[in-house]
Ligand binder design. Sequence first.
Ligand SMILES: CCCCCCCC/C=C/C/C=C/C(=O)SCCNC(=O)CCNC(=O)[C@H](O)C(C)(C)COP(=O)(O)OP(=O)(O)OC[C@H]1O[C@@H](n2cnc3c(N)ncnc32)[C@H](O)[C@@H]1OP(=O)(O)O
Length: 279
Amino acid sequence: ATIRRTEPTAGSGDSARRFGTQRVLVEPDAASGVAVMKFKNPPVNSLSLELLTEFIISLEKLENDKTFRGVILTSDCPRVFSAGLDLTEMCGKNPAHYAEYWKAVQELWLRLYLSNLVLIAAINGACPAGGCLISLTCDYRILADNPKYLIGLNETLLGIVAPFWFKDTLVNTIGHRASEQALQLGLLFLPAEALQVGLVDQVVPEDQVLSTALSVMARWMAIPDHARQLTKNMMRKTTVDRLVKQRDADIQNFVSFISRDSIQKSLQMYLEKLKQKKG
Ligand SMILES: CCCCCCCC/C=C/C/C=C/C(=O)SCCNC(=O)CCNC(=O)[C@H](O)C(C)(C)COP(=O)(O)OP(=O)(O)OC[C@H]1O[C@@H](n2cnc3c(N)ncnc32)[C@H](O)[C@@H]1OP(=O)(O)O
C-alpha cells in the first residue's frame, strides 16, 4: 500500500493536508496534533488483509510523526464502524493464507493496544467482533445513540471463539463476570446497554460523535505525554506480553481451529445468511 497525499481541505491551510491509502483516510490537523483516521473499505469496513496492512502503515506513520499526539478512529462508511474480521479471509483459503491473515490481526491489536498515541474510538456505526476489538484497544469509546449500532464480541454466534487476547481486552474493560457472559452469549449491546456495562464511555447523538471525540481528546492531551504513556504501558503490558510470548503458537492455534471442517461450514453458513438477509 502506498501513502498518498491528497489536496488540503478548503480553507484549512497546510495543517489539514489529508493523506492515507485506498482504504484508510487520514485527516491530520498539525495545529492541534490530532489526526482523524477513517476506515474506507465499503460496504462494511470488513477487516481485510489489505485494510489491516494499510491501517498499520498509516498508524505507524502517525506514531513516527511527533506532530501528532492523538488519533480518532472512525468510519467513512455509513451505518457501520467495522463489520469485524473479513470472513472471506477465514474461509475457503489455505493454511498459509490463514497464518498470514492472523499475523496481521495480531499486529494491528499489538500496535493499537500499546500505542503511545491517545486513541479515541468515534463509533459511528455497527461495531461487532473485530470492530469491537479495535474500539476496545482505544483509550476512550464514544458510541452514536442509534439502536441499529450494536457493539460486542459476537464470535460465538458464528460458531467460533474469540481468542484469549480478545477476551483479555474485554475483561480489562468491563470486568470478568460481564465478559464471561458477553463472550459466551456473543452479546451485541444496544448503545444504552453498552454504556451501562462499561463497553463504551459515552453515548451521544450521531451528529455529535466526532465533536465529542475532539473535546475528550483535548482533555487527554492536557496530560503530559510521558506520564500518560508510562501509565498506559503499566496498565496494558502484562496483557500484551501474554500474546507476544506465544504469537507463533497463537497463529498455529488459529490456523488449525479455522481449518476444521465444522468451523469452515459454520463460517460459510454465516456468510450465506448475511447475503440472504438482503434478498
Ligand atoms: C479455542 C480457541 C480458538 C481461538 C482461535 C480463534 C478463532 C477465530 C477467531 C475469530 C475472531 C473473529 C472476529 C470477527 O470479527 S469474525 C466477523 C464477525 N462479524 C460479524 O458477525 C458482523 C457480520 N456483519 C453484519 O452483521 C452486518 O453486515 C452489519 C451489521 C455489519 C452491516 O449490516 P448491513 O449494512 O445490512 O450490511 P450487510 O449485512 O448487507 O453486508 C453488506 C455486505 O458485506 C458482507 N459482510 C458483512 N460483514 C462481513 C464480514 N465480517 N466479512 C466479510 N463480508 C461481510 C455481507 O455479506 C454483504 O455482502 P454482499 O451481499 O456481497 O454485498
